[in-house]
Write a protein that binds this ligand. Structure first.
Ligand code: AMP
Length: 199
């Protein structure tokens, strides 16, 4: 049985073709949504964790997700795709490969081996820091920002600042999931923001 949080819909082969009719495109979104599993009280009580491992495990759903993300940003020109540790790497690197772009990682502190720039941001309790290599996006390189999920927007807003700090220009943000109720996109200012599935 395929892994899934809810219904086990059949995969839709070739479903991400932008030329296909609206109805089948909606089916693709349904397949993607169907492969996102809700895990209550993880990593702590009160949080409903959106688990994307069933989506990664299903080759059709994973491929459709990358195709749909590519389609959502096709109006933008960029040189690099930036993924945020760690689930942003999975979608960002696949997207970069498909679009023929380079990939740059934003990581947790102490993970990048060379010289880094850092940015801290507030969490509900305490703060967090992310880092980027100082030569990741030199000379005004245009960067597409990718993460799996937009919640409060704190992480992506810090990531936008980091890319700017090292000379890059963030042109758009792409997510698989947006928790709309948290209004995270307000923190991203006027950077165009796309998400495939909204809760
Ligand atoms: P935020 O900074 O609040 O927008 O949170 C976004 C980051 O936290 C992303 O890197 C997500 O992977 C992770 N995240 C936040 N909330 C959830 C959730 N409910 N389920 C899964 N990941 C989450």
């Amino acid at each position: 049985m395929p892994p899934s949080g809810r219904n086990h819909g059949p995969p839709v082969p070739g479903a991400a073709d932008p030329r296909q009719p609206q109805g089948s495109r909606r089916m693709v979104e349904h397949v993607i949504e169907d492969r996102i599993r809700d895990v209550p009280d993880f990593p702590k009580p009160g949080i409903v964790f959106k688990d994307i491992t069933p989506l990664l495990q299903d080759p059709h759903a994973f491929a459709s997700t990358i195709d749909r993300m590519a389609e959502s940003v096709r109006g933008h020109s960029f040189d690099l795709v930036c993924g945020i540790e760690s689930r942003g790497f999975l979608f960002g690197a696949a997207l970069a490969k498909d679009l023929g772009k380079g990939f740059i990682p934003i990581r947790k502190p102490g993970k990048l081996p060379w010289r880094t720039a850092a940015e801290s941001y507030e969490l509900e309790y305490g703060s967090d820091t992310i880092e980027i290599h100082i030569d990741a996006a030199p000379g005004g390189k245009r960067v597409l920002m990718v993460d799996d999920l937009l919640a409060t927007g704190g992480t992506m807003s810090a990531a936008l600042k980091l890319v700017q700090k090292v000379g890059g220009v963030p042109v758009a943000c792409a997510f698989v999931i947006e928790l709309s109720i948290l209004a995270g996109r307000k923190k991203l200012g006027d950077v165009p923001t796309y998400a495939l599935v909204q809760y």
